[in-house]
Write a protein that binds this ligand. Structure first.
Ligand SMILES: O=C(O)c1ccccc1N[C@@H]1O[C@H](COP(=O)(O)O)[C@@H](O)[C@H]1O
Length: 226
């Protein structure tokens, strides 16, 4: 299985179509008004319809959204995954999964080894665990900051889990990130943009190609060892 890529913060039908063409695992829509990637629900509903027609799965990314907000998002865009990128409790994530009948991804911000301890209570609840960097001081965004963290910390995860790696990934560091972590899933937002909130088709293509290169190298290495 190759590395699965989630392109996050898409705002245009062209970006959605390109993500599908590049074989993205999922795309994400940001529902957080302070973000340059924020989309209003009706716009996201149109984008989600484009994705659905192309067989591409969508993710609703929210930050401490109320149950009513989530209900409105789910009813309109019918996402395939709920991404919780705030301080949502395990109980809340569990209840939202049950209420909407959808899998959940919980984001955790990492700066030091002890930050990984926060994952424990979500094991068996969150279907996917995503690691992002801590927001820089003064940032109003809990994600989408284009900041990476010390990937070697993830080697300390006990027990080991398949996680989604995110935070400051770009075409320039994705191969190193994958070599270091072996993450089966990656999530990229600002690293495929020409300006905040503006996806750059050339960067999307280059990122997907770099992931493919990594996967091919891995496959060749496995063959030569066998
Ligand atoms: O992208 C955003 O603006 C955003 C806003 C609020 C919550 C999450 C957001 N994005 C998520 O942040 C990470 C990392 O982004 P980046 O690649 O460092 O720019 C990614 O998981 C997005 O899903």
């Amino acid at each position: 299985m190759g590395t699965k890529v989630k392109f996050c913060g898409l705002k245009t039908p062209d970006a959605v179509r390109l993500a599908a063409e590049l074989g993205a695992w999922k795309i994400g829509f940001i529902f957080f008004p302070k973000s340059p990637r924020h989309v209003e629900v009706p716009v996201a509903a149109e984008l989600a319809a484009v994705a659905r027609n192309l067989g591409l799965e969508t993710t609703a990314v929210t930050v401490n959204a109320s149950e009513a907000e989530l209900a409105a998002i789910v009813a309109s865009i019918q996402p395939d995954l709920l991404q919780f990128h705030g301080a949502e409790t395990p109980d809340h994530v569990d209840r939202m999964k049950a209420r909407f009948g959808l899998p959940a991804m919980k984001a955790f911000s990492v700066r030091e080894a002890s930050d990984l301890d926060a994952v424990g209570p979500y094991r068996g609840i969150a279907d996917f665990i995503l690691f992002d960097a801590k927001a820089p001081r003064g940032s109003e965004l809990p994600g989408g900051n284009g900041v990476s963290f010390d990937w070697s910390l993830l080697g300390g995860l006990q027990p080991r889990i398949d996680y989604v790696l995110s935070g400051g990934l770009t075409v320039d560091n994705i191969e190193e990130a994958l070599a270091e972590t072996g993450a089966p899933f990656v999530d990229v937002s600002s690293g495929i943009e020409s300006a905040p909130g503006i996806k750059d088709p050339a960067k999307m293509r280059a990122f997907a190609a770099a992931v493919r290169r990594h996967d091919e190298t891995q496959a060749l290495t496995r063959e030569s060892v066998a």
